[in-house]
Design a protein around this ligand. Structure first.
Ligand SMILES: [Zn+2]
Ligand SMILES: [Zn+2]
Length: 376
């Protein structure tokens, strides 16, 4: 880079903006800011009076920062790269042949993904290359379900207020089946090229056409209901599958069930956080369940079979002779279903021994006898 002759500069213009800032492609806004601060300090013209190379680099850095510090421009750049005549212009990220119709929108298309869940993971972006502004936003909702729903799994119908495809125009944004005509702004290419005169020559940059938002087509007559957006705010009923074993506070990600995209652009995702109401009898402990069983002092002394409720069934538990208060018994495989597996946790029963507060005369006589026996 050092010692590059001036005539080489135009070519260098197409240099990757990230590279200019010494960053990896797609670096975060924070990293961009940091790198810019550092470099602009180092390369500041006050420090390098008359040094053409430094001056050029300083300009480059500023140029790169101007694009990468602007979220919209950055996103555009990340997706389409710099256009123009530069040797690296566009790269494989070219805009040509971009076809919105291949995204069959997705109001209800997320249905098969219904059980997909992410736990503590990050919500992967994955916008499939749509123009950012057009893609539907992600939405978040929270629902509360009874404890038993996460034991057996359940299906819930929820109402969500969100942008959904316009029924009048079927999401196309065109009124009464009006044809889509070629956008006059960009001539149907979906992009406009702007030239900017600069210190080192003309810089050409390609932008997504603001009129057709990159589709190259606009409705001849915009739909009256959605004003050509192809989507409107409405309350939509969605069916949500609650997987067995789901934990309180976990979130389900449902692809394509967020806001609809503009004119059939990809929809956002819906994140459903599920709260589980506590059960009066069962306490969840990871994948295990705990409960308390009261038994009589005689059953504790002599042993017995007592009936115990688990989340699945009622069963007989053998309490051996000499069972102690607060003794815990495990019933294998009778706990919660383990999420995304066929395993089951265990059920733990804590025994509470009930000591009678009143004895009949007869009982008292017997127990007195017993005491005498013990003290002999
Ligand atoms: Zn419409
Ligand atoms: Zn256009």
């Amino acid at each position: 880079m050092a010692g590059t002759a001036r005539f080489g500069m135009l070519c260098e213009m197409a240099k990757d903006f990230y590279e200019v800032l010494g960053l990896k492609k797609g670096a975060s806004a924070e990293e961009v800011k940091k790198a810019y601060r550092q470099l602009s300090k180092e390369l500041h013209p006050d420090k390098h009076k008359g040094d053409k190379d430094a001056e050029r680099k300083f300009k480059e850095v500023n140029e790169a920062y101007e694009v990468l510090s602007n979220p919209k421009k950055k996103q555009m750049y990340d997706q389409y790269g710099v256009g123009g005549n530069g040797p690296q212009g566009g790269g494989g990220n070219g805009f040509g042949g971009f076809d919105f119709s291949s995204f069959s929108g997705g109001d209800m298309s997320g249905f098969s993904d219904i059980f997909e869940s992410f736990f503590g993971g990050s919500a992967q972006g994955g916008r499939r290359g749509a123009v950012a502004d057009d893609a539907g936003a992600d939405r978040e909702v929270s629902i509360t379900v009874p404890f038993m729903d996460v034991v057996k799994g359940a299906t819930k119908i929820i109402s969500v207020r969100k942008l959904a495809p316009c029924e009048r125009c079927e999401g196309t944004g065109a009124e009464g089946g009006a044809a889509l005509i070629t956008c006059t702004e960009c001539g149907g290419t979906g992009q406009v090229t702007r030239s900017t005169a600069s210190f080192f020559g003309t810089i050409q940059q390609r932008y997504v056409c603001s009129k057709c938002r990159g589709s190259g087509k606009v409705p001849e007559k915009p739909c009256k209901k959605c004003d050509g957006e192809g989507r409107v705010q409405q309350t939509v009923e969605l069916t949500i599958g609650i997987p067995a074993g789901l934990h309180d506070g976990q979130t389900l990600r449902m692809r394509g069930l967020g806001d609809a995209g503009r004119r059939k652009a990809p929809a956002g995702d819906l994140y459903v956080t599920v709260r589980v109401t506590p059960h009066p009898e069962f306490v969840r402990d990871g994948d295990d369940v705990r409960s308390v069983k009261k038994i009589s002092v005689l059953d504790a002394l002599l042993g017995a079979e007592v009936s115990v409720e688990t989340v699945h069934d009622s069963m007989m538990l053998k309490v051996p002779e000499g069972t102690q208060p607060q003794q815990v018994f495990r019933i294998r495989g009778q706990g919660m279903p383990v999420l995304s597996s066929s395993k089951m946790g265990d059920h733990y029963v804590t025994v509470q021994v009930e000591i009678p507060t009143k004895l009949s005369r007869e009982e008292r006589r017997i127990v007195e006898e017993w005491r005498k026996l013990k003290t002999l």
